[in-house]
Design a binder for this molecule. Structure first.
Ligand SMILES: O=C(O)CCC(=O)C(=O)O
Length: 348
């Protein structure tokens, strides 16, 4: 791609900020839920995030989920899916054993009674300089709130009414997330309008608009799965067979200090470009995370050692913005940056 075209793509990052998103890294804050019309006009149509305070104070969950007893009693017999990793990074890039190649690693998933799962999340023991050897995160992203956790349905609303009215549909999926300070979700995007409510604890988001696609160095990585040996407590990482490739963002926004200089030189478009939007979503707040925005998520637990959130995924409009985004994705920004040697690919 020509220098001139590179410059045009860079201009796009700046232009959306100047015209619509704002030139600081701050996300707009509303003190109370918007009307459906305000939400549609000011946020959904311009594809612009916002945080809404005082959004879920009327939910029973806002008080009752601060109490473990309520949760463990309501779900005493319920089997839930717990995602286990050695380091809190599920669905993220990890070096393959005895190789410098990266793979896309998914967690080992175990089904166990909720009280046991909660205990495992909150009692993560600190080993190896503060990093536990097993990090547990309840984060099944398959509408789990309306299946595994349906016994809690009375505690929350089944949708976000002002969002449903604005979007003209009900949520496609409602997911529950229970994690601790060790769990992180790596940069990715979803084809949903996301209403992300934090019930207890805090979530920290880094956000990049779809226009910044090239800054995340998306490449295809072979999919692998962590397998936990329960007797030894050791994880192994196994490539899926047959090999499957997953397109994923290459950038880790928080590299260890020893790796920082190298990461900055591998991913200059991210580290030297406009700062990502950054926000902390506190208990009682909802983040509107617009469709196709890239997001990276960390969490700070409450005094009981857990962060609990629930998100509502609404189908997005496959409209002209989506078509523009697909067009942008098809443009190569630079000759291959080839940040890491990959296993030979047979697709894409
Ligand atoms: O809370 C998290 O860890 C990730 C949330 C997320 O990726 C989403 O809601 O799409």
């Amino acid at each position: 791609m020509s220098e001139e075209r590179n410059q045009q793509v860079e201009n796009l990052w700046q232009e959306v900020r100047e015209l619509s998103l704002g030139t600081t890294s701050q996300v707009e804050h509303l003190d109370s839920p918007p009307s459906p019309l305000q939400f549609l006009r000011n946020y959904v149509n311009p594809n612009k995030p916002c945080i809404i305070s005082n959004a879920i104070h009327h939910w029973g969950a806002f008080t009752s989920w601060t109490n473990d007893d309520h949760l463990t009693q309501t779900l005493s017999q319920t089997l839930v899916s717990l995602h286990l990793t050695p380091n809190g990074f599920a669905d993220s890039l990890t070096p393959l054993p005895s190789s410098s190649s990266l793979c896309f690693a998914s967690a080992h998933v175990e089904r166990l009674p909720f009280p046991q799962a909660l205990k495992q999340i909150t009692s993560t023991s600190e080993e190896n300089e503060g990093v536990p050897s097993i990090v547990a995160y309840a984060q099944e992203q398959n509408d789990c709130f309306r299946s595994e956790y349906s016994a809690l349905s009375e505690d929350v609303e089944c949708d976000i009414p002002w969002a449903s009215e604005a979007l003209g549909v009900l949520p496609d999926a409602v997911n529950l997330w229970i994690g601790n300070q060790h769990s992180q979700t790596s940069f990715h995007k979803d084809h949903y309008e996301n209403l992300y409510a934090v019930v207890t604890g805090e979530k920290h988001f880094l956000l990049l608009p779809p226009t910044d696609y090239h800054r995340l160095y998306i490449q295809s990585y072979p999919a692998a799965q962590y397998i936990l040996d329960k007797d030894t407590g050791e994880f192994t990482l196994e490539l899926e067979k047959p090999l499957r490739y997953v397109p994923w963002c290459s950038v880790n926004p928080y590299p260890h200090s020893a790796a920082k200089a190298q990461e900055m030189s591998r991913f200059p478009l991210y580290f030297n470009g406009p700062k990502p939007f950054e926000c902390t979503v506190k208990a009682g707040e909802i983040l509107y995370l617009p469709s196709m925005w890239f997001h990276h998520v960390r969490q700070i637990p409450d005094s009981k050692g857990r962060t609990i959130s629930i998100n509502y995924w609404y189908d997005m409009q496959y409209d002209m913005k989506y078509a523009y985004f697909n067009f942008l994705q098809s443009i190569r920004f630079q000759p291959s940056l080839d940040p890491t040697p990959l296993i030979k690919q047979n697709k894409d």
